[in-house]
Ligand binder design. Structure first.
Ligand SMILES: Nc1ncnc2c1ncn2[C@@H]1O[C@H](COP(=O)(O)OP(=O)(O)O)[C@@H](O)[C@H]1O
Ligand SMILES: [Mg+2]
Length: 343
């Protein structure tokens, strides 16, 4: 948990909740926090340290480089599986997955390619389009292109995408760096903000409609992935599902399953399954979509490590399907072990 990404705080919350919920009679846990410099902080082997707060516990923790830490976890602590509770770059984008893959240590969630593709909104959108799914119309440009052709890109955005439009970094999460631009004069600031998180920025058509998200649980082995009940998202005091709406208790109304006709719910679940398979995810995923006013379902993105505090969307969806939070975690761990067996 933790890590250097802009979603560090969310990850620490996810990690703490997972540590508390995991069945201690079943698992021997070693909480590992990764600091902002990418060092892995390991508790002493004899300590049942479960707070996950490295500031409080710093003195008793051993800070190690990634490779050394994984080696120690494998050889000295006998780690059978790593539960990755990180979001965003480094933890959710295939980077940590690559390290664990090289060390031969099973880990939860998707592999390197699926993690990297899912993190990249431009590349994943291209794949969704290739497979016939609908995505909001978009333009993409690099920081270099923007600095060279700012005026041309601005004209293109207003002509081809039209306003309002959504400016977002290609690689990010938790709505960090995203702005809805309603006046062309606001474009420059929105683009600069997005470039502070990634070198590639998307200008997307704004889809007004019903926002939904749908999780897929994929235990692997001989089990087929299943779509959980979707959730409708209604931010109460934000213009979109921004950071505040995501992480402030009570700031968003979340309805599982949405008050929508059964055939639309089915379509949302089918889309989520298709997106999960196109990207090649394992364990779990959660696809964000908007049901447009035109009745079409637009795919915004897929998350390979969705938030996992008890009030987060994936645990809520699991609960609606009759799967308790500890059971959900067991299934995610089982998926990691199944993947290992099928190698
Ligand atoms: N094209 C769009 N039209 C309307 N709203 C959007 C669009 N893109 C993003 N949003 C809003 O921004 C939020 C975050 O966007 P998303 O693409 O899911 O990125 P993130 O990885 O930050 O969650 C969405 O949940 C939605 O509320
Ligand atoms: Mg999202």
């Amino acid at each position: 948990m933790g890590g250097p990404s802009s979603e560090r705080e969310v990850s620490l919350a996810t990690g703490r909740v997972i540590l508390n919920a995991l069945d201690k009679t079943k698992y021997n846990l070693t909480p590992v926090t990764i600091n902002k410099d990418g060092k892995w902080l390991l508790p002493p082997p004899d300590r049942k340290f479960l707070s996950g707060d490295e500031n409080k516990e710093e003195k008793s923790l051993v800070a190690l480089e990634t490779g050394n830490a994984i080696d120690k976890l494998k050889t000295e602590r006998g780690a059978d599986v790593v539960f990755i509770a990180m979001h965003g770059t480094y933890g959710e984008d295939g980077t940590v997955q690559g390290f664990l893959e090289m060390a031969g240590v099973p880990y939860t969630g998707s592999g390197i390619l699926a993690s990297a593709l899912a993190m990249d909104k431009l590349k994943s959108s291209e794949l969704f389009l290739f497979h016939g799914l609908k995505v909001p119309k978009y333009l993409n440009f690099s920081n270099k292109q923007w600095n060279k052709d700012k005026d041309k890109i601005t004209t293109k955005v207003s002509e081809k995408i039209s306003l309002p439009c959504v400016i977002k970094p290609s690689n990010c999460g938790s709505s960090v760096g995203i702005t809805i631009v309603r006046k062309i004069d606001d474009l420059e600031n929105a683009v600069q903000l997005a470039f502070s998180y990634d070198d590639i920025v998307l200008a997307q058509e704004y889809i007004s409609g019903v926002e939904v998200t749908c999780a897929v649980l994929d235990e692997g082995g001989d089990k087929e992935p299943i779509a959980l009940p979707p959730t409708q998202i209604i931010p109460k005091d934000s213009e979109f599902f921004d950071y505040h709406a995501k992480y402030t208790p009570g700031a968003t109304e979340e309805i599982t399953p949405p008050r929508l006709p059964a055939e639309i719910i089915n379509k949302i679940q089918e889309n989520a399954l298709q997106v999960h398979k196109i990207i090649g995810c394992s364990g779990m995923s959660r696809t964000d979509m908007i049901l447009g006013g035109d009745g079409k379902l637009y795919v915004l993105e897929i998350n390979t490590i969705p938030g996992m505090t008890e009030t987060s969307l994936l645990p809520q969806a699991a609960a609606a399907a009759g799967i308790s939070f500890p059971d959900l975690l067991d299934k995610i761990i089982q998926a990691a072990l199944n993947k290992r067996k099928s190698l």
